[in-house]
Ligand binder design. Structure first.
Ligand SMILES: Cc1cc2nc3c(=O)[nH]c(=O)nc-3n(C[C@H](O)[C@H](O)[C@H](O)COP(=O)(O)OP(=O)(O)OC[C@H]3O[C@@H](n4cnc5c(N)ncnc54)[C@H](O)[C@@H]3O)c2cc1C
Length: 389
């Protein structure tokens, strides 16, 4: 309702715009409405017209977007920069603010690097508090609520990472709106594509709710501009006023520790090459073969859920519907059958190579190159033939 009120206020401040012209501006070009009138009953009909006009009025407003930023060791995570690219895809005139929270020098370093990390960032908002030192969902959701109440963003976007999937729905509940998750394409400012049925179908969703429109986006679907890694003009950095920050929900969850693989290999979510092992590897010991191959190729190691469930590798290596979504330049699958839940996490890879001893394995249907062979012969041969880095 507030958007309608704002737009009406704007109209009344420009008396030269008659009411008929004002409304026709939003509805006259609507083949969609005219067509839908033929098929729907009067009450639905009014609802449709209302929702259409409402969406148009929202679009008429200036777009501004808050992107929730994750950072680690003083650097903003690449997936948050992908979220900035998604925000820019909403509209060219979109003003994008990146929100970073935490405390101490790491936060300050991340903020100053973030300011010139993506040409579409207009400002970096910094929430500096010990309460926000760790990325726990409850205080973060309160923070998003607070920032939204002060600044009134039209969109709030986060990467579809564990962090985003944890924080964004809570913040959406506090703001009483329904989030749209896992967006892979932005067709219009309020029209999105997202996968359903483990990526087997794509669903087109129109958001007709109130502001803010809240999205999690798949980082692999929104690439960084070519100049993102060179220095772009630094955006302004502002502190968030936390004097009214309520800590009601604090204590509901507690930060215990952060465990990560002590490895020189690239991060699975951002690696250019991923070598994945499935149940066909047969043991944790055999996975070491794959790790050696990964080291030679400068690749990240991934795994299927079957391999994780069998405790060959830890679950942070799982690729798929309930694991990580990856889209590297080269994805090599060893002893992986190609179940739909696994394909959901890797089918956007640029080149897919499958090695499986079963010629009928479904993985060959998505593979660019397939080798019907025993992986225990193929991997040692590759290790022998690939030169040391
Ligand atoms: C709700 C839900 C969510 C799920 N989420 C995920 C997910 O996120 N990620 C995921 O991966 N799975 C997920 N799964 C599980 C998924 O359905 C499959 O069970 C799993 O992906 C199978 O893993 P796999 O290919 O390693 O094992 P298998 O299906 O057992 O395949 C092993 C393959 O190895 C081949 N093989 C065996 N020995 C050799 C050899 N010596 N040389 C070459 N090839 C060999 C076999 O021919 C076979 O094709 C999910 C399932 C459900 C129900």
């Amino acid at each position: 309702m507030s958007a309608i009120a704002r737009a009406l206020r704007r109209r009344s401040s420009s008396p030269s715009l008659p009411a008929a012209t004002f409304f026709s501006r939003f509805v006259s070009n609507s083949i969609q409405i005219k067509t839908s009138l033929l098929h729907i009953s009067p009450p639905q009909h009014y609802l449709s017209i209302y929702s259409f006009i409402y969406t148009r009025l929202l679009l008429y407003d200036q777009i501004n977007t808050l992107v929730l930023g994750e950072h680690e060791n003083g650097f903003v995570k690449p997936s948050s920069l992908n979220a900035v690219s998604a925000a820019k895809a909403i509209g060219e005139d979109n003003s994008v603010s990146l929100l970073l929270a935490g405390s101490g020098p790491e936060l300050r370093d991340a903020a100053s690097r973030a300011a010139s990390s993506h040409p579409s960032i207009s400002q970096v908002l910094v929430a500096d508090s010990d309460v926000l030192k760790h990325p726990l969902a409850e205080p973060w959701a309160e923070l998003v609520h607070l920032v939204q109440k002060k600044c009134g963003y039209s969109y709030i976007v986060s990467a579809s990472s564990s962090f985003g999937k944890n924080v964004l729905p809570r913040a959406a509940a506090l703001l009483d709106v329904s989030p749209i998750t896992d967006v892979t394409e932005i067709l219009e400012p309020r029209l999105f594509i997202r996968p359903i049925y483990a990526g087997n179908a794509l669903c087109t969703v129109r958001y007709t709710g109130a502001n803010p429109c809240m999205l999690t986006i798949r980082p692999t679907s929104f690439s960084l501009p070519h100049n993102a890694d060179t220095t772009s003009d630094a955006a302004s950095i502002s502190q968030v006023d936390l004097s009214t920050f309520t800590e009601d929900t604090l204590g509901k969850s507690t930060w215990l520790n952060n465990t990560s693989q002590n490895t020189e290999r690239p991060d699975l979510g951002n690696a250019n090459i991923v070598v994945t092992g499935g149940r066909g590897l047969k043991s944790a010991e055999n996975f070491k073969l794959l790790e050696k191959l990964a080291e030679k190729l400068g690749a990240a190691v991934g795994a299927t859920r079957a391999a994780v469930d069998a405790e060959f590798v830890p679950n942070d290596l799982q690729v798929g519907q309930t694991g990580k979504i990856v889209a590297p330049q080269l994805y090599m699958a060893f002893g992986v059958s190609g179940a739909i839940q696994h394909l959901a996490g890797m089918r956007d890879s640029k080149v897919i190579v499958a090695i499986n001893k079963d010629a009928d394995a479904p993985i060959f249907q998505v593979a660019d190159y397939g080798l019907v062979a025993d992986l225990f012969k193929v991997i040692p041969e590759m290790l022998e033939k690939i030169p040391e880095k």
